[in-house]
Design a protein around this ligand. Sequence first.
Ligand code: ATP
Length: 243
Amino acid sequence: MIDVVNAWKSYKSGTRTVDALRGIHCHIDRGRFAFIVGPSGSGKSTLLYMLGAVDRPTQGEIFVDGENLVAMSEAAQNVYRREKIGFIFQSFNLINNLTAVENVLIPFLPRGVTAQQRADAAELLTRVGLGDRLDHRPYQLSGGEQQRVAIARALVKKPLVVLADEPTGELDSKTGDEIYKILRSLQEAYHTTLVVVTHDRRFINPHDLVLEIQDGQLVGGPNGSPASSEVSNGLPAEVRAAE
Ligand SMILES: Nc1ncnc2c1ncn2[C@@H]1O[C@H](COP(=O)(O)OP(=O)(O)OP(=O)(O)O)[C@@H](O)[C@H]1O
């Protein structure tokens, strides 16, 4: 469902060029829980935001649900992000003067909120354990509760893919466990594809897809072994089969 084909990303700063991604190939099936792991500065966030069409690769193609993100106009990319992608950030990114339910409804605000959407938002907040805090504002919620609101906001439009950048980076480990439990149960309920950047491999389950990046290139998975049947040495299964 997601296919990244020879993606390169170079940033120029002054006379220096940084190759943040150096020929990434990977495939993520619909409904997978995929992790992007690797050292600081290895290109994890760069890859994640490419999947969200926040930025374009310098070279290569990125296909999501049959659409080539690289060939899209900016307007089409905006529609893609709005309709198909839910984002979850490390620092929650909630709006302080809106209530929890209003924060969840943010994706719908530009076009006006329907009664059904309001009901969906309340239901999602109940699912993440905040049914009694719909009208709380972010500063009245703990970090873990704020991240649960952000998760509900990412899922309320039933996106094809949820992209999360260090979603537990600002939370203690017990709260982190709760957040992953919630992410996994929502993923099961909504059949969403989840791609998560993390430093913390504790949250990775054996059947998850692990994309390990070093210096902008995919390498083997945890413990140096191929992380899953889908990726080995950075090549998608169909490419390996053709070798
Ligand atoms: N806008 C930018 N301009 C210039 N260089 C950038 C830009 N964004 C990222 N980089 C560089 O690209 C490389 C990869 O960055 P990226 O943020 O993807 O790494 P990361 O693996 O997510 O790191 P971390 O775990 O520390 O968040 C780094 O060397 C970074 O400095």
